[in-house]
Design a protein around this ligand. Structure first.
Ligand code: ADP
Ligand code: MG
Length: 244
């Protein structure tokens, strides 16, 4: 379980203001909100990549500190919008960076990679290629494989499908949903698409200007918006049939 309690962070202006967020074990929470509202900053704080000015992060009840951050991070997989794969390494080398460092045998690495190829629908033999020889959707599948290599309980995704074209995106959303539920992972997914947030998340947390305005199931957010911002945000997502 991920628990962020009263997180505050200021750069030249306040970016996060007393943010409290919970992702229950085995559930997916979609974090959504306008660009610049603080989503990525919150996610980096959850990973311990940056420190908050105040507030605490607990991972499965254990408070995140300087001393345990590396150990706790091994239990978290991280996928970002651009994939974040190293371009000069083959896909396989990208997948095995950390396992290599941890001293896994080639046999163990291969076995894990084969499992993940099956899960993400990536042909094993293609992994000798460099990341830029894959399509955007395939590259994101490989990023997801990399995040899953150590079989973490927690997966954090920062707009993972943001740059993927609509048809592939639709397919990846379906696959992600299946993967999350099959594996029983605890997932925090950042998106700016309400449809995607609702499809993938058990709960949605809606953020504005460094604050979480409302967290709950999509039906509550649509039927009982906390304020006019939430209402506007919901209404701003155009349905394809609206213009007909
Ligand atoms: P989001 O992911 O919701 O688009 P971010 O968390 O990336 O938003 O950024 C929130 C705000 O914090 C933005 O105004 C951004 O410019 C600012 N910000 C983020 N990182 C830094 C930084 N390292 N230094 C200064 N300002 C930052
Ligand atoms: Mg962001």
């Amino acid at each position: 379980m991920i628990h962020a309690q009263a997180i505050t962070k200021t750069y030249d202006k306040r970016v996060l203001n007393d943010v409290t967020l919970e992702v229950p074990a085995g559930k997916t929470v979609s974090l959504i909100g306008p660009s610049g509202c603080g989503k990525s900053t919150l996610l980096r704080i959850l990973m311990g990549l940056i420190q908050p000015d105040s507030g605490t992060i607990r991972i499965d009840g254990e408070e995140l500190t300087k001393n345990n951050v590396l150990a706790l991070r091994r239990n978290m997989g991280y996928v970002i919008q651009s994939g974040g794969l190293f371009p000069h390494l083959s896909a396989r080398e990208n997948l095995t960076l950390v396992t290599h460092y941890l001293g896994w045998t080639k046999k163990d690495e291969d076995q894990r990679i084969e499992e993940l190829c099956e899960l993400t629908n990536i042909p094993y033999a293609s992994l000798e290629r460099k990341p830029d020889s894959f399509s955007g959707g395939q590259a994101q599948r490989i990023s997801l494989m990399r995040a899953l290599m150590l079989d973490p309980n927690i997966i954090l995704l920062d707009e993972p499908l943001g740059s993927i074209d609509p048809l592939v995106r639709y397919e990846l959303q379906r696959d992600l949903k299946e993967i999350f539920s099959t594996l029983g992972k605890t997932v925090l997914l950042i998106t700016h698409d309400l449809g995607e947030a609702a499809y993938l998340g058990n709960d949605i947390a809606l953020m504005r200007d460094g604050e979480i305005i409302q967290q709950g199931p999509i039906v509550d957010i649509v039927n009982h918006p906390a304020d006019s911002f939430v209402e506007q945000f919901v209404n701003a997502q155009r349905s394809p049939l609206e213009e007909i």
